[in-house]
Write a protein that binds this ligand. Structure first.
Ligand SMILES: [Zn+2]
Ligand SMILES: [Zn+2]
Length: 295
């Protein structure tokens, strides 16, 4: 059975995210390691790390997922931004490892007009650098599928395939730690749909997952961001909506939460936290997902 959770705020201290997850009876959680719209890192005290680890363990939350800042762009042709992005994700990965997170999800980046091949090459070089800096990490790095708008990369499964084959191929894995890998994939249901991958029927989900399997192998898929969407198939638009209240609809999520290929994965909500009346929506969306499970 999948595990259901959400992205939770770290306002007031990183351990507060665990409290928020408990309050809505989540099975797993996702957090930012810092403000996602600023480069600066707030200090992270050892006591805070210990409180987070203990609270997360006691609450039975797993997996623990980190999400990197929105600012970084490892495909950027701007040298200064590229260097700042590399340093930033390294620090976020260090924090993730300290906190005992299982994986760190990031948006691979946008080539900003320099071309798909050049952008992917820069991401691959950055990832190889990252892994060389910190070999043997427990916390994995996950490439997130994008909505595919503008010059953003990884809206196509071929982009994911290129990065994994270049940076962490199966044979290198077999030579090191058999069956293990450091670079994986996170899918976002809203982004997939925006990028043209349909999920509205069992046949569509089978087709989309089959293509992902061919590209990277489904064993690399470790996280599902469960978001309905206000945008059309192939629109390129990233517009998260409450479960069952968007263009994907209830049926898409019924198929997804009951799909055998996704049965062991965490489904993490990144849907609006409140409705127009200010009512908290995480409990509503979690219930919506759980109610779709079939015995
Ligand atoms: Zn994301
Ligand atoms: Zn999104």
């Amino acid at each position: 059975m999948p595990r259901f959770g959400a992205h939770f705020s770290i306002a007031g201290g990183i351990e507060q995210a665990v409290e928020r997850a408990r309050a809505v009876r989540a099975d797993c959680l996702q957090i930012f390691l810092k403000s996602p719209t600023r480069w600066a890192f707030m200090p992270l005290a050892d006591e805070s790390v210990e409180r987070f680890r203990t609270a997360a363990r006691e609450a039975g939350l797993r997996p623990l997922v980190g999400h990197a800042t929105y600012l970084l762009n490892l495909a950027s042709p701007d040298e200064a931004l590229y260097e700042q992005s590399r340093r930033c994700i390294l620090e976020e990965w260090d924090r993730s490892e300290r906190l005992g997170l299982d994986c760190l999800v990031f948006h691979p980046g946008a080539h900003m007009g320099s071309g798909v091949a050049a952008g992917l090459t820069r991401i691959a070089l950055a990832l190889e650098w990252l892994h060389a800096e910190r070999p043997g990490r427990r916390c994995r790095i996950l490439l997130e599928t994008s909505a595919g708008a503008g010059s953003s990369l990884c809206g196509r499964f071929e982009h994911l395939a290129y990065l994994i084959k270049t940076c962490n191929p199966g044979d290198a894995v077999a030579a090191g730690r058999p069956g293990d890998f450091w670079l994986g994939v996170a899918i976002d249901t809203c982004h997939l749909f925006a990028a043209g991958y349909d999920l509205r029927t069992r046949a569509a989900v089978d087709d989309t997952l089959g293509r992902l399997d061919e590209a990277v192998g489904l064993e690399r898929l470790l996280v599902v961001h469960a978001n309905d969407t206000r945008a059309e198939l192939g629109s390129g638009l990233d517009r998260h909506a409450a479960i069952g209240h968007g263009k994907l609809g209830r049926e898409a999520f019924r198929v997804l939460v009951n799909h055998p290929a996704l049965a062991a994965l965490p489904f993490i909500l990144e849907t609006p936290k409140e409705d127009d009346k200010g009512r908290p929506m995480d409990p509503v969306n979690l219930r919506a997902l759980r109610r779709l499970l079939q015995p």
